[in-house]
Ligand binder design. Sequence first.
Ligand SMILES: [Zn+2]
Length: 401
Amino acid sequence: MLTKKLPFILFVVSIFLFQGYNSVSASTSYKKLSEVEILKGVVKQGDTASSLLNKYLPLKTIYEINRLSSDIFSLTHIRKGQPYRIILKGEDLVGFVYEIDNEEKLVVQKENGIFSINQEPIKYDVDLEVVSATITSSLFEAVRKSGESSKLAQKLSDIFAWDIDFIRDIQPGDQFQILVEKRYRDAKFSGYGDIQAAFFTSNGTPYKAFLHKKSNGTSGYYDENGKSLQKAFLKAPMAFSRISSGFSPKRMHPILNEYRSHKGVDYAAPKGTPIKTVGDGVITEIGYNKSMGNYINIHHYNGYITSYYHMNKFVKGMKKKKKVRQGEMIGYVGMTGYATGNHLCFRMNKNGKMVDPLKYKSPPSNPIKPGEMDLFLAKIQKSSEIILSVHKLAATDKKEI
Ligand SMILES: [Zn+2]
């Protein structure tokens, strides 16, 4: 009964909050408050700010609002599918709120005949929740089975991308526990915030990651000893695919039909799968070659060069001398050049010598500063307790069944 009533109560509360938010003064009587009407809508194909507002405002005023708001957001850029609200007091428009994206909204308010325009963050109710599962086939499947979206699997794999190769290392029985922020608006789920902590057990080896915001404002993930999980190279240039051929001094070449060495790793993946650079660096070569197809070479600051062959196409804007960031998308899987199927041939060169990318071990970088360690340790203890308490609960549940 109570649960059925809840959405209604929430709705009433939210209207009052909204009115308070729109600067209706505290002394305004209840009767006046009730005169405020909120029209909710979603921008449709062909809608413009003028078509949405000219029922309530003369065109001249709409242009003036647009002129004032163009520093923050131009009303000519309103997009199909974005929610908006028109707030009326009697016949008079006193507010217009347009959601620019998932994070920010444009707020136009009229008070004493004067319009003010602001950009404000969209407020969410944030719940900290524990998501845990045991993998039977893939990480994606396990995350989906626990009732979450594949976006969470992506977030999780990004955190451990330096330590766990989600292509080779994942096995049935691997487990994870995630302490994640889930965002809600009007009691409806509307996406994930930060993963605060994540435990992953891969083939019996436990990995732990804790989010830490440094005093300089940047944030990253660290293990329980305060060592950064971020390393010079990602474990693989793609999040999810299958290794079809490893690094070997000799193998039968599928097209040339003769023994040749294969000094790279082939990742089979569907055409168009995004390819990421494994580390920060500069593009030193980009082009087409009869055997390599569309390829890119990236020179990294630690003396390594990584190469990516057989791409279907490059990401727009990739060119020689362009600086790229670790994890940046550079191209898409294809089968250009000598290739029998869609795959990426990934190669690594150290000081002029080809090396096996699967054997490369990144040295760790940038630990938490000693001065921030106490705060970090207190936080990870709290996160661990939450995760473990839910874990114990789940274990008890199982016993009782
Ligand atoms: Zn290859």
